[in-house]
Design a protein around this ligand. Structure first.
Ligand code: NAP
Length: 511
């Protein structure tokens, strides 16, 4: 069983015990008491370990490996020794490999505390710059040390690919191990530690109280990332994009897995914009079978990259997606082949028709102004021209609007000349965090005023554009109406289960 370990920076006994009590309440299994800056009051350290509501790891991390301790080794040893002199012992004591290797005296003293029957010795190595060149040698040195009960390596991930090496090391190790990637790219190593049978993963009690970059909170691990349900067979999905802070897809799909009992977990997977990053990362994840990477939602700026990747990998691409020229869904079939499609097309049509109470056939003849000419716009222009609408595209880069218009028998016009009964925003202007922006600052002066304004942005659910449109008397449609529909189609493709729409809606309600 992989233990959720609450990382607690000790400032006082009272504060640390209160944090540990909350960690236990949230569902942590262990606490890591970081006594880096709490080495002066030795009896207090003993008391703290004795009174901890959960079994504990005691760590006094040196500044050279990301901690706060910069005293001499005698002070550090005295602090660790006092952690182990009470009636209740720590479950583990963690010491850096580098320090352990440096001094025979230190090793001898540490062995007074760990390893013992009730206290294991974790040897660890941390690199906050990136993967250390000698990572494998360090892991081997820890593995070869008879007194080391647990091997721990943590390094700053430069890309999502670093997680795969962490998983490889967990799979290859014959000792209990902790392999973690730090930073935003390292989240998979923290959530999937359980899938790969790590000894533990670290989590923060509260946002911003973590002890390393990229640590999720206990609540995020348990509630958002389905910790209790994860096992070695869990199928892995994610949203690929950049940026991703606005994405509600993890909340949506993980709620869907919860509601249906499907053994899956869905993660944010940020990949920098260039195609080479997309290709290398998605390719590496697909080519690592133990991960069971079964699919992805693909968003800004990778929708066209996904299509290119699908061509290069010989994936099956549905004909409509090929025509749209942008894809938002990758699925790995049971036999391992890839299928790529676009669920935005149908989701946008259904969002508009359901909101207006009309059929797709009744769209014929409507005059539609589309703002933007990126991936979302491609699907929407394809959808509405196919259903007989007169579509005009307005984009910051006019050449892109013209190219899209030529492809789908639409018109292109400058952004200042927006006209139409229905206006659909397919730009990212107004999206979180830039919620005060709007692609149509002069909406109230449009002549004629549009009767319907649909903003595909779903975070926030009500954008400034929609607020302005409402104030001008237009019927408004939120991107949320499209978002959960495109997500439902993805969910059904991946799981072959009906999408639990009620659970999706609940997951998207503002908290
Ligand atoms: P994309 O391919 O990157 O396209 C972005 C578009 O926005 C481009 O046309 C770009 O113009 C324009 N744009 C960006 N910044 C701008 C600015 N400052 N001023 C004017 N125009 C600007 O992105 P996408 O995948 O199409 O996504 C676009 C939006 O659709 C996002 O907000 C996304 O959340 C939303 N979306 C929602 C759903 C849903 O289910 N509700 C589904 C898909 C997409 P240039 O061509 O000049 O760069």
């Amino acid at each position: 069983m992989t233990a959720i370990t609450a990382a607690i920076t000790v400032r006082s006994v009272e504060q640390a015990l209160a944090d540990a009590a909350r960690a236990a309440e949230f569902g942590a299994d262990l606490v890591e008491l970081r006594i880096d800056s709490f080495t002066d009051d030795l009896p207090a350290i003993t008391r703290l370990v004795e009174r901890s509501p959960l079994p504990c790891v005691v760590t006094c991390r040196h500044v050279s490996e990301g901690g706060e301790f910069d005293g001499d080794e005698q002070t550090r040893i005295a602090a660790l020794e006092h952690a182990g002199v009470g009636a209740r012992k720590p479950a583990y004591v963690d010491l850096e490999l580098a320090a352990y290797q440096t001094s025979a005296n230190l090793r001898q003293k540490v062995h007074l505390v760990a390893p013992r029957n009730d206290t294991g010795l974790i040897l660890s190595t941390h690199d906050f710059r990136g993967r250390p060149a000698d990572l494998l040698q360090k892991v081997e040195a820890m593995a070869a040390e008879p007194n080391c009960r647990v091997i721990k390596a943590a390094w700053f991930a430069r890309s999502l690919r670093d997680n795969l090496e962490a998983f490889e090391l967990l799979r290859a190790s014959y000792k209990p191990s902790i392999m973690l990637c730090m930073g935003e790219f390292g989240l998979p190593s923290r959530v999937l530690a359980k899938k790969f049978s790590a000894l533990l993963t670290y989590a923060a009690v509260d946002p911003h109280t973590g002890t390393a970059p990229g640590q999720p909170t206990i609540a995020q691990l348990k509630k958002l990332y389905r910790w209790d349900a994860i096992n070695s067979d869990t199928q892995v999905f994610g949203v690929v994009g950049d940026p991703l802070a606005h994405s509600l897809s993890p909340a949506l799909h993980n709620a869907g897995f919860d509601a249906t009992g499907y053994n899956g977990v869905y993660l944010p997977l940020r990949i920098p914009p260039e195609y080479e990053h997309f290709k290398a990362t998605v390719g590496a994840w697909l080519d690592f079978p133990p991960l069971h990477f079964r699919g992805a939602s693909v968003t800004i700026p990778h929708k066209e990259n996904l299509l290119r990747f699908a061509h290069e990998r010989g994936a099956e691409i549905d004909a409509l997606t090929e025509k749209i020229g942008a894809a938002n869904t990758l699925a790995v079939r049971d036999v391992g082949s890839l299928y790529v499609t676009n669920t935005d097309y149908a989701a946008a049509l259904d969002a508009v028709c359901d909101s207006l109470g009309i059929t797709r056939a009744q769209l014929r003849g409507k005059r539609i102004a589309v703002l933007g000419a990126g991936g979302a716009a491609r699907a929407i222009v394809a959808a509405f021209t196919h259903h007989g609408c007169a579509v005009t595209i307005h984009n910051r880069t006019p050449a892109k609007a013209q190219a899209l218009a030529d492809q789908f028998a639409a018109q292109a016009a400058p952004l200042e000349k927006v006209r139409g009964e229905v206006v659909i925003n397919c730009t990212s202007v107004g999206m979180h965090p830039n919620v005060d922006e709007t692609p149509l600052p002069d909406l109230a002066r449009l002549d004629p005023l549009p009767g319907v304004v649909f903003d595909t942005i779903y975070n926030p659910a009500e954008t400034r554009l929609l607020r302005d449109a409402k104030a001008a008397g237009a019927h408004t449609i939120s991107g949320m109406d499209m978002f959960y529909r495109q997500g439902a189609a993805q969910f059904e493709l991946w799981t072959r289960l009906p999408a639990p729409l009620a659970a999706f809606r609940r997951a998207l309600e503002p908290k």
